[in-house]
Design a protein around this ligand. Structure first.
Ligand code: F6R
Length: 615
């Protein structure tokens, strides 16, 4: 969840690291710090501050420090409250070694007691601090920084990403990755090297990236790097050329990243299809899935695992894939799947959907599928992430960096990926005829334009937000393929505006939630012209009869609904299967505007983090 940045090279490190942290602030933002080997004193200087990163920026101006090597960290507290003393980097007692860390040292209490017994005095309440004291002990025994770090990680239980720096070896950083607590990316520059937990932090400096695998460590110097396993065996890793544009990771003309990412969707939908949807021949190609026709025909079940918004995309995937490929689909929260001893075999495929590719529960769910014979797939946005590398086959979202903590464009990109997967499996399994396939492919062509038309009505969503921002509770109702959109609309509202919102399958309203409905609880319904339209109308009647203010997302041209609902949001007509891609956009924008009206921090909502790398 935390963000790490490191630099070694001819440039001054402080500002470069600070700017990298800014690009990672979405990962954690309760405190931050940097440590630099000061060029004049040769000693490590640390600057740490609680609160948002700007406060660290201010501190760095008041108390400047500079040198050509350093590490920085932005924190999402797990052990120890957010405070300057608990902020990273943590230092050894003599101040000569510092570490930044992502993950949890599960046995830290035991290690802390052992270290205290040896006379170590702790300066923080964190689990991380045991790491730096252990490294210092090994350094005092005469080991160099790489070996001291390697010996240290052998003591640690749990998943960790660590970067260590030592004043007496001022030309190197040591980075380690154990398990799935977050990535360690090396950026290869020209006579300089970068380390980061995520690509956007260093993308403005280099596109050449190397991703450490679990149980690997890197010794990073200005002129290059060496990778070894934590058992000391040399390892070779590919250098990936990352296509993301550094400009794409900046806010540009928008007030917030979330707003920018919502508006990007007209384009990202095209990007997601690019290279995979063959409009000319009416087909879909997913070569990275590594699936033959025989294998596709032998599949008996697909199990989708994901968390949060990605899980809601998975619910839509169930509709799409069952319909298009006649393959039974189960969907489970990754955090539940991993603990329920799922029944898997070589006739199953397990598909993880994950924007970050680093969500610890989702990765653990994939691990659960190892050795069962099941095929492992991922739908993933972050290129080179664990979820991509662990899978037998993958489909990238191609949505570009998503910085706003609340997921938007990755959600719609995942739905396109799932639609393409449905079509691809439908063809390979002989379910879809070439004519049907072509028809479905053609339907995709209009989508970016339809999304653009929805976005054009943003001022209406803003006006509606002004009417609704005073309410404290909302009920979102949807049916069929738009039931997950009710869940997603409610999640967007609650996570960025802190207003309580429930998403519900509309038919279930009368089995309980209806008791909540009165004039204080607006009911937002997705009531487009689909095969359950009439049923939605009767649910709207029932909500109105209890005094609720009703908002309906409806199909353009539906005049009748105006008589039933207090407010109508029109979306263009589109096939039922693709409708979630247009119905979700107004709900994203509604949540966005309500949150900004309430002065909430849209891009960095409280208590949340972009990549959830702890359980
Ligand atoms: C909600 C949100 C989260 C993520 C979830 C999974 O807006 O962003 O619910 O969808 O944490 O994250 P990924 O897709 O990175 O695995």
């Amino acid at each position: 969840m935390c963000g790490i940045v490191g630099y070694v090279g001819p440039r001054y490190a402080t500002e470069l690291i600070y700017n990298g942290l800014k690009r990672l602030e979405y990962r954690g933002y309760d405190s931050a710090g940097v440590a630099i080997i000061d060029e004049t004193s040769g000693r490590i200087t640390r600057r740490r501050e609680v609160g948002k990163l700007d406060r660290l920026g201010q501190l760095l101006q008041e108390q400047p420090t500079n040198g050509h090597i350093g590490i920085g960290h932005t924190r999402w507290a797990t052990h120890g409250a957010p405070s300057a003393r608990n902020s990273h980097p943590h230092a050894s007692m003599d101040g000569d070694v510092v570490v930044v860390h992502n993950g949890i040292v599960e046995n830290y209490q035991e290690l802390r007691a052992e270290l205290q017994a040896e006379g170590v005095v702790f300066a923080s309440d964190t689990d991380t601090e045991v790491i730096v004291h252990l490294i210092a002990l090994y350094l005092n025994q005469g080991h160099g920084l790489p070996e001291a770090t390697r010996l240290t990680v052998k003591h640690l239980k749990g998943s960790q990403a660590i970067v260590a720096m030592y004043a007496k070896s001022p030309d190197q950083l040591v980075a380690v990755r154990i398990g799935n607590a977050g990535g360690v990316t090396l950026g290869v520059g020209d006579g300089e090297m970068f380390v980061a937990s995520d690509i956007p932090a260093i993308l403005e400096h280099t596109r050449q990236m190397v991703f450490l695998e679990s149980h690997q460590m890197a010794i990073v110097k200005a002129d290059g790097y060496v990778v070894r396993t934590t058992d000391g065996v040399p390892a070779q890793l590919d250098i990936h050329d990352i296509p993301w544009d550094a400009v794409a990771a900046a806010k540009g003309e928008y007030d917030h990243f979330m707003q920018k990412e919502i508006f990007e969707q007209a384009r990202t939908l095209t990007d997601t299809m690019r290279g995979r949807v063959d409009f000319e021949n009416g087909r879909v190609r997913l070569p990275d899935l590594e699936l033959s026709e025989d294998e596709a025909q032998g599949l008996e079940r697909l199990i989708i695992v994901a968390c949060g918004t990605s899980a809601y995309a998975g619910l839509i995937g169930k509709f799409l894939i069952e319909h298009l490929a006649r393959l039974p689909v189960e969907i489970d929260y990754a955090s539940e799947f991993r603990y329920r001893q799922p029944i898997l075999n070589d006739r199953c495929a397990v598909l993880a959907i994950t924007q970050s590719g680093e969500t610890v529960d989702t990765l653990a769910a994939l691990e659960e599928a190892w050795d069962t014979g099941a095929r492992i797939w991922s739908i993933v946005n972050a290129i080179g992430s664990q979820a991509m590398r662990l899978a037998d086959g993958y489909i990238t979202m191609q949505a570009g960096p998503e910085i706003g903590v609340a997921s938007t464009k990755a959600f719609t990109a995942s739905i396109i990926d799932l639609y393409m997967l449905g079509l691809y499996l439908g063809e390979l399994r002989g379910v879809l005829s070439p004519a049907e396939l072509r028809q479905h492919v053609n339907a995709l062509m209009a989508l970016p334009d339809l999304a653009g038309r929805v976005l054009d009505h943003d001022d209406e969503y803003q006006a509606l937000a002004e009417q609704l921002s005073g309410y404290k509770n909302f009920l979102y109702l949807g049916r069929g393929i738009n039931y997950p959109i009710a869940l997603e609309g409610a999640l967007k509202l609650k996570e960025i505006s802190y207003i309580h919102a429930e998403g519900y399958p509309a038919g279930e309203m009368k089995h309980g939630p209806i008791a909540l409905i009165d004039e204080t609880m607006p009911v937002l319904t997705i009531a487009i012209k689909d095969h359950v339209y009439d049923k939605m109308l009767s649910q709207i009647e029932q909500a109105r009869a209890r005094g609720a203010v009703v908002i309906a997302v409806a199909t353009e041209g539906d005049e009748f609904i105006k008589e039933k609902a207090d407010y109508v949001i029109y979306v263009p007509e589109v096939s039922e299967m693709l409708s979630p891609l247009v119905t979700v956009i107004p709900l994203q924008l509604l949540a966005y505007h309500v949150a900004t009206l309430l002065n909430c921090d849209v891009d960095q909502p409280r208590n949340l983090a972009k990549s959830v790398t702890v359980e």
